[in-house]
Design a protein around this ligand. Sequence first.
Ligand SMILES: Cc1cc2nc3c(=O)[nH]c(=O)nc-3n(C[C@H](O)[C@H](O)[C@H](O)COP(=O)(O)OP(=O)(O)OC[C@H]3O[C@@H](n4cnc5c(N)ncnc54)[C@H](O)[C@@H]3O)c2cc1C
Ligand code: SF4
Length: 329
Amino acid sequence: MRAFDYVAATRVDDAVAMLGAGTRCLAGGTNLVDLMKGGIEAPSRIVDINRLPLDAIEATPDGGLRVGALVRNSDLANDMRVRRDYPLLSLALLAGATPQLRNMASVGGNLLQRTRCYYFADTAFPACNKRAPGSGCGARAGHNRIHAVLGASEACVAVHPSDMCVALAALDATVVARSRRGERRIAMTAFHRLPGDTPWQDTELADDELVTAVELPPPRYRRHVQYLKLRDRASYAFALVSAAVALDVEGGRVASARIALGGVAHKPWRATDAERALAGQAAGATAFDDAGRRALAGAVPLRDNAFKIGLGERAVSRALTLAMERSVS
Ligand SMILES: Cc1cc2nc3c(=O)[nH]c(=O)nc-3n(C[C@H](O)[C@H](O)[C@H](O)COP(=O)(O)OP(=O)(O)OC[C@H]3O[C@@H](n4cnc5c(N)ncnc54)[C@H](O)[C@@H]3O)c2cc1C
Ligand code: SF4
């Protein structure tokens, strides 16, 4: 690990004033510290943000919820308002990592965690455009079982690893960011980027911006929701494919639907075409299977990951079925 300056900020304005190129915030440290130990991240300055007053979950005037960037994943998953009004988010959070990691992991850090591509995570591999721009992509012609089938580019086929973010994308959350220029809001669906020619840019967040909160709109999907995570082990493993679904059902017909997938693209993949097609349909197997096919439309397999297409289709259909079966007291 390279030497770096360490500063602990106690005021948001002070933290923001210290951010810029070569600087990283330290929240739970569960991703950043690993990457620093591995030589993948080498910031010259660490701004410890753990003392900032960003750990509250508060109601917003419009009836939504504002979640501070330092709220820990376990606290968010177990918050009674989240469990009651945004159960999809709670389910997704509890599918991630382990209890110990969730106790440390923050909302901001979860948003900004980096890909689990093996070639990115090991500097012994020279070719990784995300880690070393212009060096090539080791995964494209290498081992790519865990990689993307949607939205990938020649330059990078990595997937975004978060579970929480898939639910946030389905729920139309908004990321709130602060910099010396002021505050701005970024729709969750636009926060993470597709790799294109610049795969080293995971998100739209600039180097000098601090995530201060995530805002949830007023609750709409309380009952028929499901987060289905399919992975190699039943716990302590990242998703090969995941599906976050939410349905509003009236008289047996789908009034509106939300569908997002994880493990298939460089960002949480919102399946808007499948959502539109579901609206007005009878809430059952025919419509759900069709939604699964639409959600994966345009998928392009790599050498080792063609299985993700069928798995993704079935994950969406199954998650919708389970969402319908879910009973809430
Ligand atoms: C063994 C293991 C298994 C895991 N399994 C899963 C899993 O199944 N599903 C899943 O979703 N995740 C999983 N994770 C990832 C885990 O969820 C993340 O490591 C965690 O959410 C990161 O949060 P953190 O607060 O520790 O971030 P940190 O490590 O502190 O920071 C991560 C990045 O975010 C930046 N950052 C943090 N907060 C802010 C902010 N407020 N503003 C701007 N930048 C910020 C940091 O600078 C850094 O670049 C796993 C991790 C491990 C180690
Ligand atoms: S898929 Fe992306 S992260 Fe992985 S080796 Fe290729 S460029 Fe690097």
